[in-house]
Every structure is written in C-alpha cells, then in structure tokens.
Design a protein around this ligand. Structure first.
Ligand code: PMP
Ligand code: GLN
Length: 378
C-alpha cells in the first residue's frame, strides 16, 4: 500500500503515555488533567440522558449550546457570532482543525505554520495535498518577526495557522503581533486558522489576544476551541469552530460527512453548565496556581524553566545537565526517574532539538509534588 503519510508515525502523545504506563511513571507528558471534572457537570450529563438527549443532535450542534457559546464569546470579547450560521459544534479541537483545513485546502495550496506546533497541523495539510511552509520559532521567547512571515507568502498561500496560548511553548501572541498580522494579510485572500483552545489559560493578568477582537482578522478566521480544556474533560472530545457565515458554510459541507453531529447529551449538559460564567472565568487563576506551585517545586532543580504565559504546559531546558537528544533524555527520565514528559523536537517537522522538554501541569498537587521530587534528583 502506498502511504498517504509517509514518514508519519504514531503521535508522540500516545507514545509517551504508553511508555509512562509501561514504566509506571508519573505522566506529565500528554496534556490531560488527572483530577475529576466538576461533579455538577457529570450530573448534568446524566440528567440530559434521562431527559432523552440520546439521539442525533442537529448537524451543526445543539441550538442551546450554540447560543450559550455566542453569549460567552460576547461576554469575553464583545463580538457577536450568529449561533445559527457561524458556530459549529465539533468532536474536539482536532476535528475542527481537520475540517477547516479540508474545507479550504486544495492540492498545491500553501499553509504557513509556526513550529514548534501542535502535531496535527502538518500531517493534515499534507493529507490534503497542501504544502507546509514552516516558520521556526526559537527559545526562550518564541517570538515572531512578521516581516519574515511575509517573506513566506506566495501566490499559493491560502492559510496561516496561529496558536495562542501556544502548545507546547506556553508563549502568547501580543496585541502588536495581531496588528502585524492584520498588516501583512491586508489586501490578500489569505485565511487564518486561529487555534485558541487555551484561550482561558492565560496568566499574570494578561489578556487573551483573540483574532475575534480584530474585525480585519475575524472576517478571515476560523477560530477553534475545545471543551476538553475548558471543562477538564479531554475525554469527551467536544469543541467548536467559529467562522463568518461564508466560511462556516464550507466548513459544514465537510463536517456533515465527517461526523455529521456530536454527542447530544453532553452538548445539552455543557450548555446548562456554561450558562454560569463563573464556570469559565475562574480557569486562569486555577491554572496559574498550578503553574506557580509546580515551578516553585522545581526552583532548585538543575533544569532551566522557560517563561510560561499561558496553556497548561511548562517547558524546561536540560542543557546544563546533559547533551543527549531530547528524545533520549525523555526516555531516561521515564526509565530512571519515573517521570514522563514530551521532547519538544517532536513539534518540529525537522526534529529541531533545543534540548527542551514539556511538562503538563494540569495535575493534582500531589502528582506535581511527587513528580517534582523525582525531577529534583536528575
Ligand atoms: N490544538 C492544540 C494546540 C492542542 O493542544 C490540542 C490538544 N489537546 C488540540 C488542538 C485538540 O483539542 P481536542 O482535544 O479538543 O481535540
Ligand atoms: N493536546 C494534548 C497535548 O498536547 C494532547 C492531544 C492528544 O493527545 N492528541 O498533550
């Protein structure tokens, strides 16, 4: 069989979680909470099932949920999305990304991505016959020179994928970044896929600079969100995509044949739950406390911690400890010290290795403490 994705193996998240289990290591690799979600939320799911939400939801999502999302967006960003024509509920952020790219990218189209990048972007683009144009970001700041981004433009450039707060680096885009993005895309028909799954996980009083805040960007953007991050329910695989009607129409043409619709009872439960804004406004401080706790535990370790402005990932350089590759270092951390992490080179297609590893701190305090005690021995 001729592979459509030669050179692509199993995603690093599955690889590392499996290694963690096999070696009985504390799993700070794949990004998911190890504590339960709010019991109110699971009660609401049971109730929705008992109330009969057990058949197909409407193709674009439950109207109740879409209206709740529209309200939340208006509260947060003072912009309006039409629940009927501009919001689609998806099977997580991953499906939203896949569907948006599938709806837009033709053979030979170019898509600009910033690496290190979430690992689904490049393979999806390639699967569609698209070409990945990569802008490599460098530690510790992972900042973007937008004039250099513009140099990647060609007549085939169809889309730019941005991700703030960013996985894996925890860096965020600033107002000036979005202003530059407006400038370089002005007068072009380049679309934007803005992966904002960590929109609520932003620290130290900083503001999430969503593309939604900028009309020039909003009108050319698919915005991707994930209830997995918002509700500590990554296993539910629910999220949504916001886009102007013209883009949403194309998105739904694919969505209807990709999944048609997603979990009905959970949509109902989430809609009820999110009707109370406290359920999403407290997230930043919840995760900031986790970040601060975890970094305080590591203050005497030989790792050098990088800045973490958002997301639930903390990156660290082990340059002062070893010159082995980040993959080898991660495997040694699992086998000899009992802690699983992610080598950041996995987020670069070329495998660029800055000797940095990624920890997920969406974990119980006792998990973070136990992990830190082991890491401090390295
Ligand atoms: N984008 C980024 C940057 C992510 O880290 C993730 C992962 N969790 C996703 C998208 C996918 O989200 P979901 O789990 O909702 O599919
Ligand atoms: N987004 C999560 C992470 O970066 C995991 C996603 C996945 O397992 N596909 O760890």
């Amino acid at each position: 069989i001729q592979s459509k994705l030669p050179g692509v193996g199993t995603t690093i998240f599955s690889v590392m979680s499996k290694l963690a289990t096999e070696n009985n290591a504390i799993n700070l690799s794949q990004g998911f909470p190890d504590y339960p979600c709010d019991p109110l939320l699971t009660d609401l799911v049971s109730k929705a099932m008992q109330d009969g939400y057990n058949q197909y939801a409407p193709m674009p999502g439950s109207m109740f949920l879409k209206e709740t999302i529209a309200q939340k967006i208006e509260n947060l960003y003072q912009v309006k999305y039409n629940a009927d024509t501009e919001i689609t509920v998806t099977a997580g952020g991953t499906q939203a990304i896949f569907t948006a790219l599938t709806a837009i990218i033709n053979h030979g189209d170019e898509v600009i991505i910033f690496e290190p990048a979430y690992d689904s972007y490049a393979p999806t683009i390639k699967l569609l016959g698209g070409l990945v144009k990569t802008y490599e970001l460098a530690p510790p700041e992972y900042s973007i020179d937008w004039d250099m981004v513009k140099k990647l433009f060609s007549a085939q450039t169809r889309m730019i994928i941005i991700n703030s707060p960013q996985n894996p680096t925890g860096s965020i885009l600033k107002k000036s970044d979005l202003e530059e993005l407006i400038k370089i895309t002005e007068g072009t028909d380049i679309l934007i896929l803005s992966d904002e799954v960590y929109e609520h996980l932003i620290f130290d009083g900083q503001k999430h600079e969503s593309v939604m805040r900028y009309p020039e960007l909003k009108e050319r953007s698919f915005v991707v969100a994930s209830f997995g991050k918002l509700l500590h329910t990554t296993g539910w695989k629910l999220g949504y995509c916001l886009a102007p009607e013209k883009l949403t129409t194309e998105f739904r043409k694919v969505h209807q044949f990709n999944v048609f619709s997603v979990n009905s009872a959970m949509q109902q439960a989430i809609a009820t739950y999110l009707s109370n804004p406290e359920h999403y406004l407290s997230l930043a401080s919840f995760f900031q406390k986790k970040r601060d706790y975890f970094t305080s535990l590591l203050k005497d370790s030989r790792l050098n911690l990088l800045p973490c402005n958002g997301s639930y990932f903390q990156c660290a350089s082990y340059q002062d400890i070893s010159d082995e590759s980040d993959k080898d270092f991660c495997i040694r951390l699992i086998k000899d010290f009992g802690v699983a992490t992610i080598p950041v080179s996995s987020f670069y297609q070329k495998g660029t290795d800055y000797k940095i590893i990624r920890f997920c701190f969406a974990k119980k305090d006792e998990t973070l403490l136990a992990a830190a005690q082991k890491i401090n021995l390295v």
